[in-house]
Design a protein around this ligand. Sequence first.
Ligand code: ADP
Ligand code: MG
Length: 218
Amino acid sequence: MTRMESTTNAQQVVRLWLANALALVGEHEEELGRLDAAAGDGDHGTTMVRGLRAANAAVTDAKGSAGELLAQAGAAFSDAAGGASGALVGMWITTIGQRLGDGPYDLPALLEAVQAGTNRVARLGKAQPGDKTVLDALTPFLAALEAQAAAGASLGDGWRAALPAAEQGAAATREMVARRGRSAKLGERSLGHADPGAVSMCYLLRAAADAFDRAGDE
Ligand code: ADP
Ligand code: MG
């Protein structure tokens, strides 16, 4: 899709995104738990599923713009999920919603909103790329998305084209030693395993690409 043409369509994309995200993360709940167990407490899969269930429930009957729906979804995610990722991912979603507001909902606007959300996560978590966190998926994704926006790509095409950068970024965390969050305490033990937060972020980003496609077909 080029951009979300109507308000109703944008709200539909938010609902589709959260439904897709719950389905995709749910399929990988055990994998995320195993990754987190390598150097953390093993709860990342259940935390993400709990947060996404609450985020879905929050937007089912909610009224307001797509931006407002996202802001509410992020707050519900944080409340329900708990833990580091609950606070950070919830804040990421809420910030994106606040930045998008009433639109427009096109690639440049979404790029700016995701950049703002990511900057907020970096500040809140005091993390940088290379620390083996969710930022190691988001930072390369944003660089790729920026290139897509500069080339004038449509929202759906540009977003999908940027996904491999996120996935490569998440895979590269296998070679990193954790410097933030619970797993930083066990440092070297995290070597050889991808960061669970970076991996689950890839599922959230992929779920959005599928939502843009589905909404574009309708
Ligand atoms: P907890 O560590 O509270 O058990 P989770 O297991 O749900 O929370 O999430 C762990 C993930 O959260 C990590 O894989 C990492 O991506 C992310 N994370 C943890 N701490 C930080 C931080 N300070 N900055 C950025 N991301 C972080
Ligand atoms: Mg954990």
